[in-house]
Design a protein around this ligand. Structure first.
Ligand code: HEC
Length: 180
């Protein structure tokens, strides 16, 4: 048996999470997270428009949230209902445009505003999941971001996310992957 065939056989019996092709988090030497590079080639699981999480604050600007996840993490979630270690969800924000080209009503995705990231890294974060905002002052893209304080992001995700801190209830592709 060639060693390549042996490897292919081995890969077919190992669980997905122990295979190493999944794009993972990349940190700077002092522990900040770099923005994931090729997330638009990942799995697109849903888009939300102008969702607000508190009654008080009106949205600054009409915007879509586009959510992406690594394909490998998606497959494991679909098979087991669990997000594997090193799962990354990218939430891309894009302003909602209207009145351009031939558009007369409705909204399209206009200007890229930036990304926020949810990352499961079990050996690094005591709560397993950590949250990162790559949108700086005045909307400037940050080259790296530190994990947000637990009460700022994690707490709400942990309490209200329908599966393992993730708001699968709002993502049609993840809902369909695990019908309840
Ligand atoms: C009060 C609740 C609440 C807080 C606080 C909160 N989020 Fe979320 N988050 C949500 C909801 C609801 C969604 C679902 C989709 C959306 O907003 O489009 C979401 C979705 C996300 C997603 C997409 C992946 C997922 O886990 O579903 C990321 C990434 C994210 N939030 C990052 C953050 C960051 C970073 C912070 C802190 C700066 C934060 N969130 C604080 C409620 C919250």
């Amino acid at each position: 048996m060639t060693s390549r065939l042996a490897l292919a056989l081995l890969a077919s019996v190992l669980p997905l999470s122990s295979q190493n092709q999944m794009p993972g988090p990349v940190y700077t030497a002092d522990g900040a997270l770099l923005p994931p590079q090729s997330y638009r080639e990942w799995m697109f699981v849903g888009s939300n428009l102008d969702m607000g999480y508190s009654e008080a604050k009106a949205p600054k600007r009409s915007a879509f949230h586009n959510i992406y996840i690594q394909r490998e993490a998606y497959r494991e979630y679909a098979a087991t209902g669990r997000f594997p270690d090193r799962t990354i969800l990218v939430m891309e924000q894009v302003s909602a445009g209207t009145n351009a080209s031939i558009n007369k009503r409705g909204k399209f995705e206009d200007e890229f505003l930036g990304i926020e990231v949810a990352l499961k890294d079990e050996s690094r974060f005591p709560e397993k999941w950590a949250y990162f905002n790559f949108i700086g002052e005045g909307g400037k893209a940050l080259p790296a971001a530190r994990a947000q304080p637990k009460e700022r992001c994690w707490a709400c995700h942990n309490e209200h996310g329908a599966a393992d801190n993730v708001f699968v209830q709002f993502y049609p592709v993840l809902r369909a992957a695990r019908p309840r």
